[in-house]
Design a protein around this ligand. Sequence first.
Ligand code: NI
Length: 218
Amino acid sequence: MDIKKRLLRTLIIVAIGLSIGAVIGLVQGLSQQNTATVIDKGSTPVKTASIPGVQIGGPFALTDHNGNAVTEADYNGLYKLIYFGFTYCPAICPTELQKVSAALKQLDEARMNKIQPLFVTIDPERDTAEAMRSYVELFHPKLIGLTGTPEQIEKVKSDYRIFARKVALDDDEDYTMDHSSFIYLMSSENKVISIYRIKDDVKYMVQDITSKIPDTTQ
Ligand code: NI
């Protein structure tokens, strides 16, 4: 499939996601107007952010979607929402990146400004900086796409406990990727403070991020 067709397909998935999100947002907005005092009564969701004894994350050296060499130090002082996937992904990656984008849009400005969303490819062979740039534009203006050499990607995958492997498709040389799907919320000190899974919706993410990031401007 050529890049234009692929991006168009992704755009359609995103558009569907956006319209569903808009309807949910509208319904939530209406119900909040009527039940403003009820909102805070729900208990804050509590979830283990990591598997005990397993270190997630670490320094990285990659290339951003503008072709610049970057490391984790380029995002110093910022919280990070990090997702690993690939631009050819038929459904899961666009859906999860759409969730990141929707969560950022629903957060208050103070918190949103403290977060750097990152999309790291697990398919560096096809996901060049240029491919990443056209792709991340579909989701959020703050989203940065990161790619690298196969060695750099192997390292970051291993440090972030991401499983990914090539799966051959029937037609000739084509392949897809089987991969784990986690959205990591990292602190400004690069520690995992939450992990969002496919089942976690935008509402949950916004609630959790709000509880984990102080709303001060420092
Ligand atoms: Ni995917």
